[in-house]
Design a protein around this ligand. Structure first.
Ligand SMILES: Cc1ncc(COP(=O)(O)O)c(C=O)c1O
Length: 426
């Protein structure tokens, strides 16, 4: 980032309407003193999302595919949600968007399909920085004859594409990696990952669960092949979605009953998914567009342009939160895992994993809870990363994860609480 970009980003962060945004989240309005800093495990939802869920349940809580008005309305709302999510991630077409339970079940579904198509290309690249949902699922293909190459995080807390290149060969079938580490917040250069994978004749599977709420997703610019997200990290209720290129999904073997067309998205969506939560996801995309409208002068921008503006404003604001949080943690003498150098702040989101000397993460988090601050301790579902960081699976580390409805005041209150707890436990 050059100086011009830095000052524009700082200006945008200063004008971010955080109080107006907080007022849109009923859970935050009702929370009193409580601070939501466990957002990596699930975010709060705006009133408009709640309204969409309620409206579905009250106005057309019936099965789709019928000829009567309520049922037709369900088909319509699912189609609208596909369109919204396609805009959110810049898919080539809404038919590439598949709805379901969560990210893990989609990773499993894709991996089972790929397991049936391995032949000569039997190598899969996995990383030691990912959530285990995007590692163990692939490792389970060993039974199908897959072999694995490990793309390892460097000591500086990120994956480097230069380390990926030597792992590729004419046997590589797929590179499975995260867009952003849910545990330590490092952002991966996924456009380069896809380029390297394609140059070797392989595909790129991206776990976008953690990046989703923090920045602009663009599957066309990234040129990836598959991408998964969890709605519940994206200001929507519990649901997940999978994106894949239409032709790629068309080739993927999936389980489906004979009467289901062998075409995406239907061939991927076995059974009934949770329509009301899909309506909620639609409303969550519209919420992000509304954030963008605050930053655009003209009212007749396209929906995607509003999303681009919204996510870029969120990114600038979160960088400011990340800078503040890094300062507070350093002042408290924390060991920050992952990117801890302020000059590299743009390589991270405001998800911080840390320890305070040898103090018990569990005790610190319990004391934080007593002070009305919700953070998390443990292994973060990242056993390989814990091993890399020399942390035990039992105690692990502490994670504080912020999103755009958090404030600098909350970061400061977190810092004061941490200082008091350290004094008490030392
Ligand atoms: C990066 C990442 N990948 C995958 C998952 C699993 O997502 P889901 O609960 O939707 O299966 C999570 C959940 O925390 C995550 O953070």
């Amino acid at each position: 980032m050059n100086q011009h970009h830095v000052s524009k980003a700082q200006e945008s962060a200063a004008s971010f309407p955080v109080e107006k945004i907080r007022a849109m989240f009923p859970a935050i309005r009702q929370a009193g003193d409580f601070i939501f800093m466990d957002n990596a495990a699930g975010a709060q939802i705006p009133q408009s999302v709640l309204d969409a869920v309620t409206s579905h349940l009250v106005r057309h809580n019936v099965q789709r595919g019928g000829r009567y008005g309520r049922s037709v309305a369900v088909d319509q709302s699912v189609a609208e949600a596909r369109e919204s999510v396609a805009l959110l991630i810049n898919a080539y077409s809404p038919s590439e968007i598949c709805f379901g339970m969560n990210a893990t079940s989609f990773i499993r579904l894709v991996s089972l399909g790929i397991g049936q198509m391995l032949s000569q290309r039997d190598e899969i690249v996995v990383t030691d920085m990912d959530h285990d949902a995007n590692i163990a699922t692939w490792l389970a293909l060993e039974q199908a004859g897959a072999r694995f190459k490990w793309w390892r995080m460097r000591e500086d807390g990120n994956l480097h594409v230069d380390d990926l290149k030597p792992l590729m060969s004419d046997r590589t079938r797929l590179v499975a990696c995260t867009v952003t580490a849910h545990s330590i917040g490092s952002i991966v250069d996924v456009a380069s990952v896809a380029k390297i994978a394609h140059a070797a004749g392989a595909e790129a599977f991206l776990d976008c669960v953690h990046y989703g709420p923090h920045g602009l997703i663009d599957v066309q610019a990234w040129d990836c092949d598959y991408l998964v997200c969890s709605g519940y990290k994206n200001f929507s209720p519990h649901m997940g979605f999978l994106w894949g290129r239409f032709e790629t999904l068309k080739r993927l073997p999936t389980f489906r009953e004979d009467f289901i067309p062998d075409e995406p998205p239907y061939k991927v969506e076995a059974g009934t998914f949770i329509y009301e939560n899909v309506s909620g996801m639609d409303a969550a995309v519209r919420y992000l567009e509304s954030v963008g409208r605050n930053f655009l002068a003209e009212n007749n921008r396209s929906r995607r342009e509003n999303i681009v503006a919204g996510m870029s404003a969120i990114r600038d604001y979160e960088l400011m939160l990340a800078r503040e949080m890094m300062k507070v943690l350093k002042d408290c003498g924390a060991t920050i895992y992952g990117v801890a150098d302020e000059a590299r702040i743009h390589e991270r989101v405001p998800t911080f994993c840390f320890n305070i000397g040898t103090l018990s993460p569990q005790r610190i988090v319990e004391e934080m809870a007593a002070m009305q601050i919700g953070i998390r301790d443990g292994h973060m579902y990242a056993p390989r990363l814990m091993k890399r960081l020399n942390l035990s699976m039992d105690s692990g580390a502490i994670r504080a994860s912020l999103v755009h409805y958090n404030t600098v005041e909350e970061v400061h209150r977190f810092g004061e609480a941490l200082r008091a707890i350290i004094a008490m436990l030392s």
